[in-house]
Design a protein around this ligand. Structure first.
Ligand code: SAM
Length: 248
């Protein structure tokens, strides 16, 4: 049975996709995608030998070797241009996911891809910034808690594929009924436009935790009289204020 986290990544994959799961480890996601009909064929990519072998075993044990190809290589290197229409990358940092996508983009591996299902462990803002800067539109964001950890799942489609209606509710600004802009672009990228629009209890918990962390740093800095510490204090106070304003 899939973890709640991987189940939610799975649900981002459109039915009938040709899927590439990069950093697949035990190939749990491609196996579940094929078994549920979300993928008609899949590639499980792994750069490390141990997880690559685990993926080979996972696919063999599920008896899906005919539709899942397990490949050893770095990022999107294992995919040929035009071979897949959905790419999943889960369980890595946002910066690493962004760099895998960037290398793939340069090598033409994103041409024809219509869905990205991404689950960064940290650095969600870096990933959102990459998507925004490269013609990808966030169409959904999810946040969940499992085993005491909080995870975010970002789903993106090429800009030209999205309808105009989705287009203007995103990224540009967070505009409320009164036309009031509630937060900066940085905050939007950090916290997520869709998550901000419909904050759930996990989202509140994540950012209240972030405030507590920043307050902890602030109190340890308060003992120092150095000018650098004062600058840092000002910066952290501003961060706390920014988050708190949005949570209100
Ligand atoms: N995707 C699975 C999940 O979400 O449960 C496994 C996540 S595991 C924490 C991260 C996996 O990514 C590791 O197996 C690692 O070997 C693989 N990985 C890291 N960098 C990679 C890269 N550049 N290309 C392919 N795989 C990579």
């Amino acid at each position: 049975k899939l973890s709640k986290r991987l189940q939610l990544v799975l649900e981002q994959i459109p039915y009938g996709s040709r899927l590439a799961d990069i950093g697949s480890d035990h190939a749990l996601l491609p196996v579940a995608a094929v078994e549920s009909g979300r993928a008609v064929a899949a590639i499980a990519g792994e750069v490390n030998r141990g997880p690559y072998e685990a993926a080979l075993r996972g696919v063999a044990e599920a008896g899906r070797g005919n539709v899942i190809s397990v490949r050893h290589g770095n990022g999107l290197e294992v995919v040929q241009p035009g071979e897949v229409d959905c790419i999943a990358i889960a369980g890595m940092g946002g910066a690493l996911i962004a760099s895998i996508l960037e290398d793939g983009r340069r090598a033409g591996k994103l041409a024809g891809v219509t869905t990205l299902a991404l689950q960064p462990n940290v650095g969600e803002d870096i990933l959102r910034r990459w998507l925004l800067g490269n013609g990808w539109l966030l169409v959904a964001e999810h946040i969940l808690e499992e085993d005491g950890k909080i995870y975010e799942i970002l789903t993106a489609v090429p800009e030209q594929q999205a309808s105009e209606a989705t287009n203007d509710s995103l990224y540009a600004e967070r505009i409320l009924e009164g036309g009031q802009v509630l937060c900066s672009r940085d905050t939007l990228l950090q916290m997520g436009p869709w998550l901000l629009q419909a904050p759930n209890s996990v989202f509140m918990e994540k950012w209240q935790g972030e405030i507590r962390k920043l307050e902890g740093i602030l109190s340890s800095l308060s003992r120092s009289e150095l000018e650098a510490a004062e600058l840092k204090r000002v910066e952290i106070k501003a961060q706390i204020k920014q988050i708190a304003e949005v949570l209100e």
